[in-house]
Design a protein around this ligand. Structure first.
Ligand code: FES
Ligand SMILES: [Fe+2]
Length: 460
């Protein structure tokens, strides 16, 4: 067994410094939203592994869950001009999300003549109209059937009934979502506490500086759930234990759809040897090299902590670099990872240096494959104008995240460790004699909530 975790095996719970203990010694009052704790008791029954491996279960998710949830598609910055579109694929469905004079619309990506895809799956671009590549039927951007070649042969065609069918499209914080359910409740309702919790994190004026699409040989929930707990951190990422909390993360559940974990930076894991504040500061991982460590080595003065020094440095750097006033943010809101999950497949981080969205997609109709998509966000200097969002950088399963331009090498190595284990988990699940997962009561509680919410869609 890994030596770091051995001494904790089968032990009674040690007195870990909780997230609340840690932020209580910051220089700023605790932000009310970070003071909240919510982790209602849950059942402890096992989760069948067939939920990750079975084609029948996957097909039922496609039938009953995906068409009824809000699905993240892209950022508004990806389709800034009228005619800009982004093709969103899920299983057999494909939706063209396109900006029109009347806002962003979503159309089923299937021709109403004989069914051909109007735009190839997985593409984006600009289009003055939507014309089928087969016989050339075309629709205006508002979905009106406009031109039918040899129209004299289609006297029986009802043009009005052949408008392009739509899905619902709504945006929050510049994140564009679709819902295929005509009766779906509004996105802002579905997002539960999220809009309130992001009130201080307006990401509309941020841009995507790194965009990654990584293929993985596992079910989409295997990948998703690996990022919903830090129980694995001391084993999989031993080097992280010197600068970030793990077993003592705070896990909150706010409803069927939204949960979060709060992870303190600038502290050691309960499994690691304690460090001095200066050692912590020297090894602190801040995520974004443009906003940290500028001006040489920082020192921790008597009576302060590494966390406080870094938060102060960030306030100064953000004011200088981006003209942003961070005086209304607590130290924790500036330096910590504040990671929210939205059912089913979205993870969005409200931390200042960790602001990003990650989404986990099934690949085609294969329960054993998925795509992890990561959008890393940054503010920009207003004078320079909005930079173009980064093009998606594609990684095959065997490719290292180190290939991604602009991605911090330390983050890349952590991602490689996380994703490296996923194939093993999927293979082990498929060959499991037990056939079930046994989750911990607290550290994996948010994973359990995913399965509880999923069960509500799946029915009997
Ligand atoms: S299939 Fe689209 S025009 Fe014929
Ligand atoms: Fe991890």
């Amino acid at each position: 067994m890994n030596e770091r975790v051995r001494k904790f095996a089968n032990a009674e719970a040690p007195a870990f410094r909780s997230y609340q203990d840690i932020i209580a010694t910051d220089s700023t009052p605790i932000a009310p939203l970070l003071a909240l704790k919510s982790n209602p008791p849950q059942p402890t029954d096992d989760i069948p592994l067939s939920q990750f491996t079975s084609q029948a279960f996957f097909d039922l998710e496609m039938e009953r869950m995906w068409p009824r949830v809000w699905q993240f598609v892209c950022r508004e910055e990806h389709i800034p001009e009228v005619g800009d579109y982004w093709v969103h694929d899920i299983g057999d469905w494909s939706i063209i999300v396109i900006r029109t004079e009347d806002g962003i619309r979503g159309y089923y990506n299937s021709c109403l003549h004989r069914g051909t895809r109007l735009k190839p799956s997985g593409t984006s671009g600009w289009s003055a109209e939507l014309q089928c590549p087969f016989h050339g039927w075309s629709w205006t951007l508002d979905g009106t059937l406009n031109e039918v070649p040899c129209a004299w042969e289609f006297k029986h065609l009802d043009y009005e009934a052949n408008r392009l069918p739509q899905v619902k499209v709504e945006a929050w914080n510049s994140f564009v979502f679709i819902n295929m359910d005509e009766d779906a409740r509004p996105l802002l309702d579905y997002l539960e506490v999220l809009p309130e919790h992001f009130a201080k994190r307006d990401l509309t004026n941020w841009y995507t500086y790194v965009h990654i699409r990584k293929e993985l040989a596992c079910n989409w929930k295997v990948a998703l759930e690996a990022f919903m707990e830090a129980y694995h951190t001391p084993v999989v990422h031993p080097e992280l234990t010197t600068v970030v909390s793990d077993w003592n993360l705070q896990h909150d559940i706010f409803g069927d759809n939204v949960s979060r974990d709060l992870s303190a930076m600038g502290v050691t894991s309960p499994t690691a040897r304690p460090k001095t504040e200066q050692e912590l500061l020297d090894s602190m991982f801040l995520g974004d090299p443009t906003t940290s460590k500028a001006g040489g080595r920082l020192l921790v003065p008597e009576g302060k902590t590494a966390r406080i020094v870094v938060a102060e440095a960030m306030r100064k750097n953000f004011a200088e670099k981006f003209g942003m006033d961070l005086s209304n943010l607590s130290d924790a809101e500036i330096i910590d990872s504040l990671k929210y999950n939205v059912f089913p497949n979205v993870m969005v981080n409200a931390g200042l240096t960790t602001a990003q969205m990650t989404v986990f997609w099934p690949m085609g109709n294969d329960p054993n494959r998925c795509v992890m998509e990561n959008y890393r966000l940054r503010p920009f200097q207003p004078e320079g104008g909005r930079p173009d969002p980064a093009e998606p950088f594609r990684l095959r399963e065997e490719d290292s995240f180190a290939l991604v331009p602009g991605l911090d090498p330390f983050v890349a190595s952590v991602y490689d460790q996380d994703t490296g284990i996923m194939r093993w988990q999927q293979e082990g699940m498929r060959g499991s004699r037990k056939g079930k997962a046994t989750l911990s009561s607290y550290q994996e509680s948010r994973i359990r909530r995913i399965h509880e919410t999923l069960a509500k869609y799946m029915g009997e």
